[in-house]
Design a protein around this ligand. Structure first.
Ligand code: HAS
Length: 545
């Protein structure tokens, strides 16, 4: 099978390098955070809890994920749809340098304490204009990279008339399309609201609109992370266990449902906010329950893959399939722990989305617990599992037995650390512990007493997670530079059912993107209009500022 060409290999490697650098610094900031939250550790040089929280959130939620995902998508597309043309590579490299420049500008402002606005950079918290300009460059860079993937796919389609595209390429195209449509929202807010406001061209900002445009992007952002993990679950994991893809059409349909329903659901992050009619909130809550369906389809597909593989090995009984899975292979075990975490993580998401229950958990550490299960375990462990073969594939080095064992230990440590940390975040949240709040801002020691024990547990869990991150970094460096030379496979599963007919309708983009835009307009047009119409007091109405 084709090895990834050198030029693309370089592009993918620099993406992974930035991602793991962000993981190292962001992970260290996470350790500082859990320690400071116990009230027993004070940061030196007047560094605030909120500044460290901003470093942690921006580097891990935005930088680590986005660079890793584009690196992985370039690898997947190049492997399955062929080498990128020079023009497409140029486009992708331009995108990469814009993203890098934007990241450096934003990081510089955060380190100078001029952008302590957390990863959601909600107005009316205001950062230095350079931070917002950096973010704008970052998003423009991602559009160029996404465009390179989409154009490469269109070229493939031209030369393969009436053929269904390779599944991994199709998935990368859906994910890039979703990202581009969604990030127009937040980029619009940055360019038209936050930059002019931070430069002093306007003294006010329409907070409701800026938050709405952020969440128009913020929810598909979490699915951008998730779909990248699902690419590996659907296509890579079956091959790793020595089996086939359960159903090509089911996988494509699940991805298209994510494209349509990921975006018009942002209000479920704003259920407790004023300025949005409860009818529109209710409508988006319904759509949120619709977007759970493709995740249930994915769970079904994974169970079907595991079970049919195990039955082929003559496994019997209700749980016999479980024993047949390759428990000694880190490429399987590490992402599998991620899958397990998504069962409580997904259930927590359903609780969050259930309007009345959201009133109990909103802005408490329950939410922090939820996303440490979903993004920081389900998705992140899948990314680690992918790195354990992708880096070797790119550097021409193999995953040795010892490193494989260390990688499994890494995954288990993560599971232990996260169970303690996320578990105590969930419980403390139910006891009323507010999220994103420094120990000194709790409003009295008596208040904090209710959950301080859980905060200590979070410090224990967080420290175990940090040790696990150190292991990841060691393994990644070893695979990149020191592992024995050899060929490391890029695992891609074959179609499972030879009888399955390719459904060309699944690549009718006019139809799918058309439906996506239609649902977005229905969900957002009127509420946004009414936010502009009822602009905040002091403004003259009908405006963004
Ligand atoms: Fe969420 C808040 C609702 C999924 C991330 N979420 C957040 C925030 C983040 C985040 C970062 O409705 C905080 C944002 C902030 O800073 O304010 N979330 C949901 C719902 C889902 C969901 C309904 N979230 C995710 C995923 C994330 C993520 C995925 C990252 C990757 N979330 C919310 C809501 C809020 C929220 C509200 C706002 C709360 C507030 O008030 O602020 C659904 O997509 C979940 C569906 C998932 C499932 C699980 C399917 C299970 C599978 C595993 C199969 C296992 C196998 C192994 C095969 C139904 C696919 C089996 C083996 C065995 C042996 C059993």
């Amino acid at each position: 099978m084709k090895i990834i060409e050198q030029q693309e290999g370089k592009l993918i490697k620099v993406h992974l390098f930035i991602a793991f650098l962000a993981l190292a610094i962001g992970g260290f900031a996470g350790l500082l955070q859990v320690l400071v939250k116990t009230g027993k550790v004070v940061l030196p040089f007047n560094i605030s809890y909120y500044q460290v929280l901003t470093v942690h959130g921006v580097l891990l939620a935005l930088v680590f994920t986005t660079f890793f995902i584009f690196g992985f998508m370039f690898a997947a597309v190049s492997k399955t749809a062929g080498t990128f043309s020079t023009k497409m590579l140029l486009l992708a490299w331009t995108g990469f340098f814009l993203m890098l420049a934007g990241t450096i500008m934003a990081a510089w402002m955060i380190l100078m304490n001029k952008a302590t606005v957390l990863y959601t950079f909600y107005a009316p918290l205001q950062a230095h204009a350079i931070f917002y300009i950096g973010l704008a460059l970052f998003f423009i860079g991602t559009w160029l990279e996404g465009l390179a993937i989409i154009l490469h796919y269109t070229r493939w389609k031209k030369t393969h008339k009436n053929m269904l595209s390779p599944l991994l390429t199709f998935m990368a195209v859906v994910n890039s399309t979703m990202w581009i449509i969604a990030s127009f929202g937040v980029a619009g807010s940055i360019i038209f609201q936050l930059i002019p406001w931070s430069l002093g061209w306007h003294s006010t900002v329409n907070v409701a609109i800026s938050r709405t445009l952020f969440w128009y992007f913020g929810h598909p952002l979490v699915y951008f992370w998730l779909l990248s993990a699902y690419m590996a679950w659907y296509v890579v994991i079956p091959k790793v266990i020595g089996w086939k893809l359960y159903s090509d059409s089911l996988a494509r349909l699940a991805f298209l449902l994510f494209l349509i329903f990921s975006i018009p659901v942002g209000f479920h992050h704003q259920l407790m906010e004023p300025g949005i009619s409860h009818n529109w909130k209710f409508f988006q809550v319904i759509l949120t329950f619709v977007v759970i369906i493709p995740s249930l389809m994915t769970a079904f597909s994974m169970f079907a893959t595991f079970e049919s593989f195990a039955r082929s090995k003559k496994a019997a009984g209700l749980l016999g399939w479980f024993k047949q899975l390759p428990w000694g292979d880190a490429r399987f075990v590490v992402p599998f722990i991620g899958m397990l975490a998504f069962i409580p993580g997904g259930a927590g998401g359903i609780i969050n989305a259930s309007s009345q229950m959201n009133a109990v958990v909103h802005n408490t550490t329950w939410i922090t617990g939820h996303f440490h299960l979903t993004i920081s375990t389900t998705v992140t462990l899948t990314f680690f599992g992918v790195s354990y073969w992708l880096i070797g594939h790119l550097t021409g080095r193999t995953l040795t037995k010892k490193i494989n064992r260390l990688a499994i230990i890494q995954g288990i440590l993560w599971a232990i650390g996260m169970t303690i940390m996320s578990g105590s975040m969930h419980i403390a949240g139910l006891l009323g512990a507010p999220r994103r709040t420094a120990f000194t801002d709790y409003g009295g020691a008596a208040q904090a007493k209710k959950w301080i024990g859980y905060q200590l547990a979070q410090a224990v869990g967080g420290s175990i997670l940090f040790i696990s991150i150190l292991l990841v970094l060691f393994i990644v460096i070893y695979l990149a530079f020191f592992s024995p030379k050899g060929v490391q496979e890029f695992p891609i599963a074959e179609m499972g059912r030879s009888s399955e007919k390719p459904l060309l309708l699944l690549e009718n983009w006019l139809l799918w993107i058309g439906i996506t835009l239609f649902v977005i307009i229905i969900a957002y047009a009127i509420p946004l209009y009414s936010m502009i119409q009822h602009a905040p007091p002091g403004s003259s109405g009908y405006q963004l500022w």
